[in-house]
Design a protein around this ligand. Structure first.
Ligand SMILES: N[C@@H](CCC(=O)N[C@@H](CSS)C(=O)NCC(=O)O)C(=O)O
Length: 294
């Protein structure tokens, strides 16, 4: 079999019922055709977990929508919403019949304004979430080990500082739909990682965070970052442990790589950071310490 890329075609099918999409990959050579079918990774429902990956193109930011659709109220959370795409996200939430209960940030973003504050003005009762270590305002301030429940599903909080002081990774539970999913913010990007040259960043700390908190997850854990600049959508822990050009190196080499990135500052940093310290634009009640720790 000579399976050249030119002979690869993809067909997206809705089967066996609407809302659950499979992608059929068809390979053909001169004399033979074969195919295999996979779940599309940007939109899936697995045993009650509805998942959507959404993109904001100006800042190349991913927002993630998760909901427990087995629960009668279909409670949902948005991870890293962007102010510019709040209307799109809310329209989707409404179309899918979900109840948005939390809008959460992985960290204080420097390149765009979070949609969290705007969402609060539009969704009565919805709570904002950020880490306590970010020193920012939100309704709920989370710490490592906290569990954020939506219906019967939850996201566990892992502290992954290094890109910023208060970065966290949200991970689906070990007893929840498999494989697990890690929403890594800017700590771990696909074949990259967040820069460490402002907002309390530290390459030493980032190296330790990724190795101890993300690379220790099962190899098939799906990695969903807050950004991608190259067109990637998802990776796995196993893949990043093998192929990440920065984090597969020893710590000293990693620090040198990070020192020499020479990236220009994000264009919106002076606007975005102060706004995001108060979750976009919001007037919150006194924050509570954690979501639900059980
Ligand atoms: N050009 C963009 C900012 C690009 C950038 O600096 N991205 C950050 C994450 S957002 S603070 C980053 O950590 N990048 C790492 C990398 O290796 O690219 C803009 O002006 O907004």
């Amino acid at each position: 079999w000579n399976l050249s890329p030119q002979t690869l075609t993809k067909t997206t099918l809705s089967f066996p019922k609407p809302g659950i999409k499979f992608q059929t990959h068809v390979f053909s050579s001169a004399s033979k055709t074969c195919s295999y079918t996979t779940l599309c990774d940007s939109s899936m429902t697995r045993r009650g977990l509805l998942f959507r990956q959404l993109f904001e193109k100006e800042s190349s930011t991913y927002t993630y929508l998760l909901a427990d659709v087995s629960h009668p109220r279909k409670p949902a959370v948005l991870i890293d919403p962007v102010d510019k795409t709040v209307e799109r996200d809310l329209h989707l939430v409404k179309e899918l019949g979900l109840k948005l209960i939390y809008a959460m940030n992985t960290h204080v973003h420097a390149d765009h304004v979070t949609g969290t504050g705007l969402l609060k003005t539009k969704v009565p009762g919805m709570k904002s979430i950020i880490s306590k270590a970010s020193n920012s305002k939100a309704d709920i301030l989370v710490e490592a080990g906290d569990k954020i429940y939506f219906g019967d599903l939850f996201l566990e909080v892992r502290a992954t500082p290094g890109h910023t002081l208060g970065c966290v990774t949200y991970v689906t539970g070990s007893d929840q739909p498999q494989p697990r999913m890690a929403f890594t913010g800017d700590a771990l990007l696909i074949r990259g990682c967040g820069r460490t040259d402002f907002q309390g960043g530290s390459s030493r700390q980032l190296y330790e965070s990724v190795h101890s908190q993300i690379f220790t997850l099962p190899e098939d854990t799906l990695v969903y970052p807050a950004h991608d600049y190259k067109g990637f959508t998802v990776s796995t822990v196993g893949e990043e442990k093998l192929y990440n050009p920065r984090l597969t190196r020893d710590e000293e080499t990693f620090e040198k790589i990070m020192e020499n990135l020479n990236l220009p500052y994000p264009k919106m940093i002076d606007v975005a950071v102060p706004a995001n310290m108060v979750c976009g634009l919001q007037d919150t009640a006194e924050p509570v310490q954690a979501a639900s720790s059980n």
